[in-house]
Write a protein that binds this ligand. Structure first.
Ligand code: KIV
Length: 303
């Protein structure tokens, strides 16, 4: 695809545009982002979609799972990402139990991501069971990206972060989930942690773009957690992650050089300083006595 026809032409990425990218065979790029600086970096790189994922619980907050993340926290990060973004499409992730308590809760929370967070869509994890909620949110004018397969908010039900749909029986269930959310009106679908051929089957079966993570090469697009992509998670290297940089190692090396220079007194030098007070502008220093006299004159007893 030429640069002119490709989504990196500078025009904002919208829901209709993402839909047409599938029809045109243009692959969709998506990464997570949690703050304005990273959002700006990925926006500048021409990434199509920025997901303010509840993965922030693990990579930003240092939690073991995404379960403790709240709606307020994701919205806070959405606002930061929106400030750093000009072109990319921003999706706010609906965290654990933020929509399951009833339609009113689901609509209210989904709306907050757009009204308060500056997102253009929400993502929610769930298949057949989530379909009625997706339908209702979409009817309210809020675009929904669905998420099936390995759904991290169900970590305990799955018995860990495990690949889903490995047997024909479970694969059929994941396919049914995908079809249900597409039918309910989701405009895109994240496929996480499923076998390659199942992801291909789903991508052919649904009319909406599929965006894979640990789902092989046949999806309509790909998403990675930005800390994984940039090599900021030294202790974690899942099979599906490709690191495009080693920011953690580079950051440690840079911080060590800084530490050494400060200790050695070689930073900061004059080149990084604001020079000296100009002689003509310098007021003669007042003596302590004249300061006391000034204060008495201003605030002391009159007469
Ligand atoms: O929260 C997240 O980062 C996600 C992606 C892994 C799809 O849901």
């Amino acid at each position: 695809m030429s640069e002119r026809g490709h989504a990196s032409d500078g025009r904002p990425i919208t829901v209709p545009r993402l839909r047409s990218m599938k029809q045109q065979g243009e692959r969709i790029t998506m990464v997570t982002a949690y703050d304005a600086t990273f959002a700006r970096l990925f926006d500048e790189a021409g990434i199509d979609v920025l997901l303010v994922g509840d993965s922030l619980g693990m990579v930003v907050q240092g939690q073991d799972s995404t379960l403790p993340v709240t709606v307020d926290e994701v919205i806070y990060h959405c606002r930061a990402v929106a400030r750093g973004t000009r072109r990319a499409h921003i999706v706010g992730d609906m965290p654990f139990l933020s929509w399951q308590l009833g339609m009113e809760q689901a609509l209210k929370n989904a709306g907050r991501f757009l009204a308060e967070g500056g997102a253009q869509a929400v993502k929610l994890e769930g298949g057949v069971d989530a379909a009625p909620t997706i339908e209702r949110i979409v009817r309210a004018g809020i675009p929904v990206m669905a998420h099936v397969g390995l759904t991290p908010q169900s970590v305990h039900a799955m018995g860990g972060f495990r690949v889903q749909g490995r047997t024909e029986e479970t694969a059929v269930r994941v396919l049914a989930d995908a079809e249900a959310v597409a039918e309910a009106g989701a405009y895109a679908l994240v496929l996480e942690g499923i076998p390659t051929d199942l992801a291909e089957r789903i991508t052919q079966a649904v009319h909406i773009p599929t965006i894979g993570i640990g789902a092989g090469p046949h999806c309509d697009g790909q998403v990675l957690v930005c800390y994984d992509l940039l090599g900021l998670t030294p202790d974690l290297k899942p099979k599906f992650v490709k690191r495009y940089a080693e920011f953690f190692e580079e950051g440690v090396a840079a911080a060590r050089r800084y530490r050494d220079e400060v200790r050695a007194g070689t930073f900061p030098t004059e080149a990084f300083s604001f020079g000296n007070v100009k002689k003509s502008e310098a007021e003669p220093a007042k003596s302590a006595l004249s300061l006391v006299q000034d204060l008495r004159a201003a605030y002391g007893p009159k007469g």
